[in-house]
Design a protein around this ligand. Sequence first.
Ligand code: ATP
Length: 239
Amino acid sequence: PGPAPRLTVEDLSVHYGGVCAVSNIGFTVEPGQSVGVIGANGAGKTSTLKALMGLVPRTSGRITLGGTDLSRAKARDMVRHGIGYVPEGRHVFPGLPVEKNLLLGAYARAWNKEVHQQLDEIYDLFPVLGEMRHRLAGALSGGQQQMLAMGRALMSRPRLLILDEPSMGLSPKLVGSILDVLLRLRDEGLSLLLVEQNAKLTFGVTSHCIVMENGEAAMAGSSAELSHDPRVREVYLGL
Ligand code: ATP
């Protein structure tokens, strides 16, 4: 599959009860582009991704992918349109073997031999998952579970992959492995939308970033520029 068409998000809002978590945020992800969403804890990053995926209600917002209007799309429609999602905290099925977890990621697709070809591609990308294919997912380390969550999302052959804090709780070495995989996916033409607290990972992968504050997009610009911005450094270094 070629790169994803342009994703546009306009005026997206999320409320929990009466509380506004995301307020009229807008951004675009161009075909093959990698975009980061950064900001302090509670700024609304996770809620933005979930609302985009249709996993929490959108109180307003217009979403298009190429010429397709996805403003009312649910998560499974998003997957069918080539958008993959790797949730914060991985959420693998601990009582199922690694390979079953991966196969569940292909639920939105026709069941044919392409699915097995796709499994081989995942095992090529993450050899450790191939070695552990018959183990229960709950027996994997945190880093291996992160790889499994990414592999599961890739089973639907997305053209845009959304990731929520893939580096969370991982050692610097494993963060390096995740970085390598994201660079490989990017170089293969996948569009990426990444929420990430790790500055090295964010600025290593993305070309553009949105900085969220209190549910709003406070700043947006090239990753190279933003990485030198004092306010952005404050977010990451907590000064
Ligand atoms: P973090 O990095 O800590 O996950 P975040 O930037 O992703 O933060 P969100 O998780 O989107 O931020 O949270 C935005 C706001 O919405 C916060 O004030 C949070 O407390 C609130 N919030 C998040 N989920 C819910 C929920 N299910 N019900 C009520 N309030 C929520």
